[in-house]
Design a protein around this ligand. Sequence first.
Ligand SMILES: NC(=O)c1ccc[n+]([C@@H]2O[C@H](COP(=O)([O-])OP(=O)(O)OC[C@H]3O[C@@H](n4cnc5c(N)ncnc54)[C@H](O)[C@@H]3O)[C@@H](O)[C@H]2O)c1
Length: 271
Amino acid sequence: MVSKKAYTAQASGIGRATALAYARYGALGLVVADVDEPGAQEAAKEAKQQATNPDFTVYALCVDVRDFQSVEKVFAFAVDKFKRVDYSVNSVGIAFAKAFIADNSLDLYDNTQNINTKGVLYHTKAAVEVMLKQDPVVIQGHDRVRTIGRGSIVNVCSDASIIATPSQVEYNASKFAALAITKTAANEYGASQIRINALCPGPIETPLLERYVAANPAIRDKLAVGTTLGRVGDVDEVADSILFLTSTAGSFVHGSTVVVDGGLANNVPGL
Ligand SMILES: NC(=O)c1ccc[n+]([C@@H]2O[C@H](COP(=O)([O-])OP(=O)(O)OC[C@H]3O[C@@H](n4cnc5c(N)ncnc54)[C@H](O)[C@@H]3O)[C@@H](O)[C@H]2O)c1
């Protein structure tokens, strides 16, 4: 399904699962970048072990998405090694269940916007700058040719991009903004044949969720009950949706908010 050169994030959780899925589905090249460099190296090592393409190459880099130059360097590295970047996936994010607005920390608010919001803007900007310089790709499909464009970007947003759960104003604000950035970029660059979509997970079993529920483990059960499937999701269920969006199969999906949440955002509690 995937034979292209990808830049993908990150070392942990959804990003790590996505990197491994690219490797398993036959990607040719991958850059795993994270502020946690040893984690990126570990994910790259695992990707190499699981890769099905004999020519698969993977690199691990350190990036801090709060710094635009740091993000640009990763894309410049990928272009240097692979000559083009077909996919860009940003799944960086932080989240802490804290308090209602009156008791919430302003420092936490600022740091969350820097990582979750500016990070998405910087990542999208750096990816678009590279993709605009690439030729669009046209492939021969089963019956007819298919245009798959200059590249495909997926920003991992959240159910918190569309619903405002109490006690996490900083996270909700950052994720509504991340969705707005993604949709704006889709409107700006669709005509340039760059596909851009938002992937909004619900509760997914990752280190982030572990930290989120650490102070109050009962939240995990509440999250599971909030989905109509009655459970928390698995990282591979998100990774597979990301691969769909970036693959040929998703060639006409653009500007979409793809919700992968077991029905949580659609749920009507008490009915
Ligand atoms: N897990 C969930 O339940 C859930 C639900 C909805 C949305 N999301 C979103 O999915 C994305 C991935 O979350 P996850 O659960 O895999 O989290 P995770 O904590 O497992 O992974 C997040 C990664 O981001 C990296 N990171 C943090 N700050 C960084 C920075 N400044 N620069 C570069 N990398 C940085 C971390 O090192 C980590 O590898 C996030 O955007 C999160 O908000 C997760």
